[in-house]
Ligand binder design. Structure first.
Ligand SMILES: Cc1cc2nc3c(=O)[nH]c(=O)nc-3n(C[C@H](O)[C@H](O)[C@H](O)COP(=O)(O)O)c2cc1C
Length: 375
């Protein structure tokens, strides 16, 4: 389905945005989102896909939709990296997302890598970024979010934590660093907390030593055990980890009560791209996201679903851009999905249009009396 709002974005707004540097366009999007929540709300009402997905047309199982036992509005979430500092929650609530993952938040504030560091690959509907975990730091994000403590977030919000991107933050120091962020933010009503073990834009790249991960999980579990309201812990995986890494990771996750997995982060691979090699060489290092990840995401979801414990949950992330992709991931056993890059190519109304199509498909299936993938 091609909704006219998506077609209008592609025809009128996108060509103009794509004349700008990708990070400048992203920052402009942030400003519009902070200012224009009302426009999105009107669009949601117009499309008949109000943010509270509780209408008669919604697939019946959405009303019971949850992650780690906490309710979601719908199964489409915003992946980490879009709202790194928790500045956009009110605006994002109006885009139709079922949940939002903010971060990655790090203990230390950092400006990240030098610009340019975000690139579009239109021929592949993909992005390459090497932002390098730029962010305001845990203390500043905690102070920004303080007012949500009593009133609650405007939609389900998860927190993504990464260790500070400094060469000396390894092993015990990495555990202290992640625990510092967790301690500063854990009093907020997050749906879950993700430990990002898989950012390719750090000093070490995506691979995380098992010994370091053990120390991090132990530190976070220790804090969680002493809390009145422990937060469910998820791990974000890399599509670049060898399958053998799962032999180490899954038992570790089990012993530290990890509640679920996000599959996955960006990839350093450039294989199978349409973008020419010269352009790729000019761009250089960074994590690739968007459409080329889709097949790998499906494979990873299958693999983790096979290996996980019954109570552990999987969130599919990487290359998702269509209602069909959401249905496929849920059928493979993912509990929910996340997207990011598709917003750049399809525009801010993407999630509302996807929700509308998912409802339509479900209604058609119901009327044809065939089993729906959500029930
Ligand atoms: C510009 C950009 C910044 C990102 N920053 C983060 C981040 O800070 N932490 C994280 O866990 N993932 C980050 N990601 C990865 C996304 O959360 C997601 O895993 C990845 O983009 C695959 O999803 P997609 O194909 O829908 O974009 C970032 C992605 C992009 C494009």
């Amino acid at each position: 389905m091609d909704h006219w709002l998506l077609a209008s974005y592609r025809q009128f707004l996108r060509p103009w945005l794509f004349l700008m540097d990708a990070e400048d366009a992203h920052n402009l999007g942030h400003k519009l989102l902070s200012a224009g929540a009302g426009v999105m709300e009107s669009a949601a009402v117009y499309l008949g896909v109000e943010n509270e997905v509780g209408t008669a047309a919604a697939p019946s199982s959405w009303s019971n939709l949850s992650l780690a036992g906490r309710p979601l509005h719908n199964p489409i979430g915003l992946a980490a990296g879009f709202d790194k500092n928790g500045k956009l929650l009110d605006g994002l609530a109006s885009l139709g997302f079922g949940f939002v993952e903010l971060g990655s938040v790090t203990a230390l504030a950092t400006s990240g890598n030098p610009r340019p560091r975000l690139f579009r690959l239109p021929a592949d509907q993909a992005l390459i970024n090497r932002l390098g975990l730029n962010g305001d730091g845990a203390v500043s994000v905690a102070s920004r979010l303080k007012h949500y403590q009593g009133q609650g977030f405007p939609l389900p919000v998860a927190l993504n934590i990464a260790k500070s991107n400094k060469p000396w933050v390894v092993q015990e120091k990495a555990a202290e660093d992640v625990a510092f962020t967790f301690q500063n933010l854990r009093h907020l009503p997050f749906t879950y907390v993700v430990i990002n073990t898989s950012c390719p834009n750090t000093h070490e790249g995506a691979s995380f030593a098992a010994s370091e991960l053990t120390m991090i999980l132990k530190a976070v579990q220790g804090l969680n055990h002493e809390a009145a309201r422990p937060l469910p812990i998820f791990l974000k995986l890399s599509p670049d980890s060898p399958e053998s890494f799962l032999d180490i990771l899954m038992p570790l996750a089990r012993s530290f009560e990890v509640r679920g997995f996000i599959t996955g982060n960006t990839t350093v691979s450039r294989s199978g791209l349409r973008t020419d090699a010269e352009r790729l060489a000019t761009i250089g290092n960074g994590g690739l996201s968007g459409a080329p990840l889709l097949t790998g995401t499906q494979t990873m979801v299958k693999e983790i679903v096979l290996r996980k414990e019954k109570e552990q949950e999987v969130i599919a992330c990487g290359g998702i851009s269509q209602a069909e992709d959401v249905e496929t991931m849920l059928k493979e056993g993912a509990k929910a999905c996340q997207l990011y890059s598709a917003l750049v190519y399809q525009g801010p109304f993407l999630v509302l249009a996807l929700l509308q199509e998912l409802k339509m498909r479900n209604l058609l299936r119901q009327s044809a009396n065939s089993p729906a993938p959500f029930s």
